[in-house]
Design a protein around this ligand. Structure first.
Ligand code: ZN
Length: 236
């Protein structure tokens, strides 16, 4: 029996030499006990630690635009960094498990710091239906799922939905585009949001326009408060 186990282990090593699983952040071969992201990358990822910083840069994005109770982002996204590799594989290469893993890592960090400890529900920003059809999944759902598992807060994908998107977006002027984005999101269940602390989540935050539109839509259901978390942020 032992010999059999040893043989399997030996064969497993041989297979991993021929077809090594690589780290999704740096591309180097993963060791036997590493999964998705190598240990070295886990240490070296550019963490923002915004959850420890009141009035951080993500919170400032929303000042004067939409009331956010708390807002933070896990990682810095820069061209050519490990986060860009991770995000590319997460969004375009079907590696949903990257989002779930990072969500779990972030969620346990937030829990340890009692951040958003009173949250009732996690809601991912819905993806454009055309994009979701093409990609086969909404990446933000997987990040939401990871956060949910670690924080013990339910996540719901069926409450905030996208209405039919306009295909004439590019022909509209700035104000019309803004109006258009405002009317893109709809609430499927108002009662579920009443008096709740909602965490809205997205994969990347840049200008915050989509998130602002989502938060404004959620406000119509009179939640207690809204917070925001993203996996990465494209700011300095
Ligand atoms: Zn790595």
């Amino acid at each position: 029996m032992m010999a059999m186990v040893q043989l399997f282990s030996y064969l497993e090593d041989l297979v991993s030499i021929a077809f090594p699983e690589v780290c999704n952040a740096c591309g180097s071969a993963l060791h036997k006990h590493e999964k998705i992201i190598c240990n070295q990358c886990k240490v070296k990822l550019p963490y923002t630690n915004f959850h420890l910083e009141p009035d951080n840069q993500i919170e400032k994005i929303f000042w004067g635009r939409v009331p956010m109770d708390k807002a933070a982002s896990y990682l810095y996204f820069h061209k050519g960094n490990r986060v860009q590799n991770l995000m590319h594989r997460f969004k375009y290469k079907g590696k949903k498990e990257i989002g779930t893993l990072l969500g779990k890592m972030y969620g346990s960090e937030l829990l340890q710091n009692l951040y958003c400890i009173d949250a009732d529900m996690i809601i991912p920003v819905p993806l454009h239906p055309d994009k979701e059809r093409k990609r086969g999944y909404n990446q933000s759902q997987y990040f939401a799922e990871g956060l949910s598992l670690a924080m013990g807060v339910p996540h719901r994908n069926d409450i905030l939905i996208r209405a039919i998107a306009s295909s004439t977006q590019t022909r509209k002027n700035r104000f019309e585009r803004w109006q258009n984005v405002e009317s893109i999101f709809k609430i499927a269940d108002y009662n579920a949001l009443l008096n709740k602390h909602i965490i809205l989540v997205d994969d990347v935050v840049t200008t915050g326009a989509t998130i602002e539109a989502c938060a404004n839509t959620l406000m119509n259901a009179s939640p207690k408060k809204i917070s925001f978390l993203s996996l990465a942020c494209a700011i300095k």
